[in-house]
Design a protein around this ligand. Structure first.
Ligand code: UT7
Length: 332
């Protein structure tokens, strides 16, 4: 029997217009363009401005673009999954809100939260619904409005994050394209280094939590950095070895964009030519679930049918993982 795999057959990315530059941040906190650039690689990030706008609005733009581009009708979609850490509200799932806003009525939908590895975890999850033969068209979105949980008085975190998102269409392939292998990990003991202190069931919102600025990202950067460098490099090497891939077999590494130095360390361990690494961190910063789909979207016209891609991420949780994917189509 021919094996069914889940192939990406279309992609669309979206970022809001407003751009927050390093120069502007220099006026907000005690930092410098030189420090931010040398420590992270980031020059600017996009921010979603406007009352009443949230992650679902980013996801909606991405899905609308995807449906149009792939000539897909909302009614054809069987399932919609959103990977995010900044849902519009704690419940209901923002995936439902996106489905409603774009007119997807015959599908079910849900959110996945795996911090910066969310797009990878959700891509593996989504692919299983295709591999079983149950569904023919699944939309997966990775989107975050990180500005909603960023403390713009904390120079150690506010320079890192931005808002953006992307959506992919997944369809069955019987010719060996799409997600061919994956390896994901979590280690909950890492939660102490990267989390949001209040707003959940342990510490519901109160005047005290707001006064203590506990509704923002808390990160011990150095600790996360050490785990991230090792985690992302180890798992990328593991997936290469398991699939007998050498540096020459890989068309691109598609890394989560958290820090240029983490990306470099991963590429070095894979012994990859720097030209084979997708990098747009300088223009978007860390958009959490948006980084990998935004890279794929911006590199789409360079990707050829049969290209081997390695997608890798590390993030809060801790969560980390890698996917081996064979690209399914030539530039259109
Ligand atoms: O995607 C989710 C996973 N997250 C990550 O992967 C992030 C991992 N961590 C990192 O990327 C890095 O740790 C950071 C970019 C967050 C920080 O870089 P670092 O090289 O680890 O800097 P550091 O925290 O060790 O700080 C070095 C110095 C400190 O000053 P002292 O103590 O040496 O005097 C900081 O106070 O830099 C100072 N500093 C800054 N200076 C200017 C921290 N933030 C800034 C800033 N501008 N924005």
């Amino acid at each position: 029997m021919t094996k069914m795999t889940a192939a990406i057959t279309g992609i669309y990315g979206w970022a809001p217009d407003y751009i927050l530059t390093n120069q502007e941040l220099e006026k907000m906190v005690d930092t410098s363009d030189e420090w931010i650039t040398s420590r992270t690689g980031i020059k600017e990030r996009h921010i979603l401005k406007g009352e009443g706008l949230g992650t679902s609005d980013i996801g909606t733009e991405a899905v609308k673009g995807l449906l149009k581009k792939t000539n897909t009708l909302p009614d054809e979609i069987d399932l919609l999954i959103l990977a995010t850490v900044t849902p519009d509200m704690l419940f209901p799932a923002s995936a439902n809100i996106i489905a409603d806003k774009v007119g997807i009525k015959n599908a079910w939908s849900f959110d996945i939260n795996a911090a910066c590895s969310g797009f990878l975890f959700a891509l593996v999850t989504a692919s299983k619904f295709i591999e079983t033969g149950q569904y023919k068209k699944v939309i997966l979105i990775g989107a975050d409005k990180m500005s909603a949980i960023t403390d713009y008085s904390d120079r150690t975190t506010c320079i890192l994050f931005g808002d953006a998102g992307g959506a992919v269409l997944l369809e069955p392939s019987t010719e060996g394209y799409g997600i061919l292998d994956s390896q994901n990990y979590t280690d909950g003991s890492g939660r102490i280094y990267l989390h949001q202190k209040a707003g959940g069931s342990v510490k519901p919102p109160s005047h005290e939590t707001v006064d203590a600025r506990e509704h923002y990202i808390f990160q011990e950067g150095q600790a996360v950095f050490k785990f991230a460098v090792k985690g992302m490099a180890d798992v990328s090497e593991e997936i290469m070895e398991r699939n007998n891939l050498t540096r020459d077999d890989i068309a691109y590494l598609v890394p989560h964009q958290a820090n240029m130095r983490i990306i470099d360390a991963t590429a070095r361990r894979m012994n990859l030519d720097p030209k084979k690494v997708m990098i747009n961190i300088q223009r978007y910063g860390n958009t959490t679930n948006g980084t990998i789909p935004m890279c794929l979207y911006e590199w789409e016209d360079k990707l050829k049918k049969g290209d081997n891609l390695i997608l890798s991420a590390f993030g809060g949780g801790f969560t980390w993982g890698s996917i081996f994917l064979k690209w399914a189509y030539d530039p259109k």
